[in-house]
Design a protein around this ligand. Structure first.
Ligand SMILES: [Zn+2]
Length: 296
């Protein structure tokens, strides 16, 4: 009888539904032999005895745990090289069935450890009768800011953080009310979308509180992460007078895309866009404080 060599049909990286793990999933039509090792901290390697009927290029999840993965052929094997943002230890689990799945589970506790019990203020822009900017097709800034805020809230709750809202779904309180928040918050995040009368204008903008030490550097980090993750062009980074009213509270105003540009309005219809923005931002915030920020 002729032995069939297993063929890999797919691989992807995602976050488990409860948010506890970053998962690298390898699928095949039949079970395969595999070997998993960590040659050095921050680097993991999976070797699979199989052929590849799938895309072998790099993936860049940058989800706070898995930075980058690359799959390539080496002799009779497919090798997955996994670069980590945190030196966590993973375990592999086989899931029999069709397709057969190997799931490498990378725990996300470095993020949970940072966010647990910390207060994050979410300030979705506009609301109620104030729609903000309108996209060329039909989306309103008010609704997209809300959707992005919901994506932040879901991730933060999974990480054990405490979310404080400046408004409910249908309200539009004035800035004095929005900014009357607890000073114990780690970060105040105002969520808007950029708009311009010129429909050709596009890109990502991040504003920061010039009175809070380190906020410029934080804004830079958040902006870079968002741009890498959602592939929007750079628009602007600048201090913001309203945020300065928050004193030394760490505060950013995110405008992850330009809603008046039809390409970027289209991007906002994808729920993953909002999730990616939230993940990129929250990873950047954690990184910022870990590398010398003041919060503990
Ligand atoms: Zn706005």
């Amino acid at each position: 009888m002729q032995a069939l060599i297993p063929r890999l049909t797919n691989y992807n990286v995602r976050i488990s539904p409860g948010g506890e793990f970053s998962l690298l999933v390898v699928e095949s039509l039949s079970p395969f032999k595999w070997n998993f090792s960590c040659p050095q901290p921050g680097l993991a390697r999976l070797e699979v005895q199989a052929l590849a009927n799938m895309f072998l290029g790099p993936l860049e999840p940058e989800d706070g745990i898995i930075k980058r993965t690359e799959a390539f052929l080496q002799g009779e094997k497919v090798v997955f090289q996994i670069e980590l943002e945190e030196p966590v230890e993973a375990v592999g689990e086989e899931h029999p069935g069709l397709p057969f799945r190997l799931v490498l589970k990378f725990p996300r506790y470095p993020l949970q450890r940072f966010y647990r019990d910390k207060i994050i203020v979410l300030d979705p822009g506009h609301g109620g009768g104030d729609g903000g900017w309108r996209g060329p097709v039909n989306l309103w800034e008010r609704d997209m800011a809300w959707r992005t805020a919901m994506a932040f809230a879901k991730i933060l709750e999974n990480l054990g953080a405490r979310v404080e809202w400046t408004r409910g779904p249908e309200e539009n309180p004035p800035w004095e009310k929005r900014s009357a928040v607890t000073r114990e918050a780690v970060c105040f995040l105002s969520l808007h979308y950029y708009g311009d009368n010129d429909p050709a204008v596009r890109g990502t903008r991040v504003l920061y509180n010039p009175r809070s030490p380190g906020n410029r550097e934080l804004a830079q980090r958040v902006l870079e992460r968002i741009i890498r993750k959602v592939k929007t062009p750079f628009r602007e980074m600048a201090p913001d007078a309203e945020l300065a009213g928050l004193g030394n509270l760490t505060a950013l105003r995110l405008e992850p895309a330009t809603i008046t540009n039809w390409v970027e309005e289209g991007m906002l219809r994808n729920p993953y866009f909002h999730q990616k923005v939230a993940l990129a931002t929250l990873t950047a915030i954690k990184e910022h404080f870990k590398e010398g920020g003041v919060v503990e």
